[in-house]
Design a protein around this ligand. Structure first.
Ligand code: SAH
Length: 395
């Protein structure tokens, strides 16, 4: 094996790696041996220079994302083995090879021991998104592995790392197809059809992480007047319609999201007059809906992307939730979410508590929600549990 650059940690700083936490923070480093550039493979050693881990080097407060706690060769078989395991897990949880659902996350970064790599599968197309330069450099290997693991199931690969690599890394990532033809962009989720626009849409084109929470809406919506706030492609709305909601209003500030939502209505419930979609700001819209709805979904974008804005983000979430709780009918049900990784489950719940108090409503928690099984959380990396949700009953 070619000699890799090495990072030697300060004494005592090996503890989190011994507990399989996959990040090395810059403050833990004593010295660097060899020449180290962003994206290089690097060996991490303890203060006595014993081997701890192998990973990708990054410039920033996290200096290494760990790929292996064993001293192995990072060759084709290494990556193939990891992605095969990720695929086997999706089979084990009933997602790969499912007739009703062909949209799922195949690789979820740290949750699949592949930090920096996100892969979503949409009916034969995989969207590959790199968050580290190291992963971006091995994109071709990843594509070869995907062909190998998915076989005939793989029709196209769309690379989408233009906006996700560190800004100062100066790698010129461009979005585009790197394998296969331009495919049809309709995927199935629990039997519902969705236009998934990985080219122009947010993230990889669709929020697969809400699949099970959307499914839950179907059970709660019979006879209800539903507001799907921050609807994006309208996901929650179609489950509510299938669950016999009386009416469903989808709202998003993006005109494009509203257009996609309306297209998805035509795919699933053509001409159904129970549904209407509005391009409006959430706070403005909620301000004008007194007693109009008895089921409200709040699935906002991440208000906090960094630790230093958590306080402001919590205030934003609180204002939003308080507004929804003020406006919802008596006996209403609120599905409320945060997808900010830096906001903990406890902070989220405390925020909902203070929103309830501010709205002066009696509120009970019915269910506590999180991300689905294709977004696994490495127990040694609790930061991976980014999606938090509560279903509350508002008396
Ligand atoms: N619930 C969706 C995902 C929501 S993503 C699903 O199941 O797929 C968050 C959405 O919030 C984005 O579509 C974004 O356009 C929208 N958004 C962001 N700020 C907003 C605002 N102030 N008012 C309304 N929508 C907003």
């Amino acid at each position: 094996m070619a000699k890799l650059p090495q990072l030697v940690l300060k004494a005592g700083k090996e503890q989190s790696l011994n507990r399989f936490h996959p990040w090395v923070f810059s403050g833990a480093i004593k010295k660097i041996k060899g020449e180290l550039m962003e994206g290089d493979f690097v060996e991490v050693l303890d203060s006595n220079e014993n081997f701890l881990a192998l990973g990708h080097s990054i410039i920033g407060s996290i200096s290494v994302r760990v790929l292996s706690f064993e001293q192995v060769e990072m060759d084709y078989d290494f990556w193939r083995n990891k992605i095969q395991k990720a695929y086997d897990l999706r089979k084990a949880i009933g997602l790969a090879e499912n007739e009703q659902t062909n949209a799922y996350r195949l690789v979820h970064g740290e949750g699949d021991y592949l930090p920096g790599l996100i892969i979503d599968y949409y009916n034969g197309t995989v969207v590959v998104q790199m968050h580290t330069v190291g992963m971006y450099r091995i994109q071709d290997v990843i594509v070869d592995v995907l062909k190998d693991v998915l076989g005939d199931k793989l029709k196209s690969v769309y690379a989408k790392s233009e906006g996700t690599l560190p800004y100062k890394a100066y790698v010129d990532a461009t979005n585009g197809y790197i394998y296969g033809d331009k495919p049809e962009k309709i995927a199935l989720e629990n039997g519902l059809k969705f236009h998934v626009d990985w080219e122009k849409g947010q993230k990889t084109g669709f929020f697969v992480d809400q699949r099970e929470n959307r499914s839950l809406i179907e059970r709660y919506s019979k006879g209800r007047k539903v507001l799907n706030m921050f609807c994006y492609t309208g996901g929650f709305s179609f489950y509510a319609m299938r669950g016999d909601a009386k009416l469903v209003h989808s709202v998003d500030s993006s005109e494009r999201a509203i257009q996609v939502t309306n297209d998805n209505v035509q795919l699933n419930f053509p001409g159904d007059e129970r549904h209407q979609a509005f391009a409006e700001d959430a706070f403005k819209y909620l301000g004008e809906t007194k007693d109009q709805y008895d089921l409200i979904i709040l699935d906002p974008p991440a208000f906090a992307k960094h630790q230093n804005v958590v306080k402001n983000a919590l205030q934003g979430y609180r204002r939003l939730n308080a507004k929804a709780m003020e406006q919802i009918q008596k006996g209403g049900i609120l599905f409320t979410f945060s997808c900010s990784q830096v906001i903990t489950k406890e902070q989220f719940r405390t925020m909902v508590f203070s929103a309830a108090a501010r709205a002066g409503r009696k509120v009970r928690i019915l269910q506590q929600l999180t991300q689905p099984a294709d977004h696994p959380v490495d127990i040694y990396h609790p930061e991976g549990e980014y999606l938090k949700g509560l279903v509350v009953y508002v008396d």
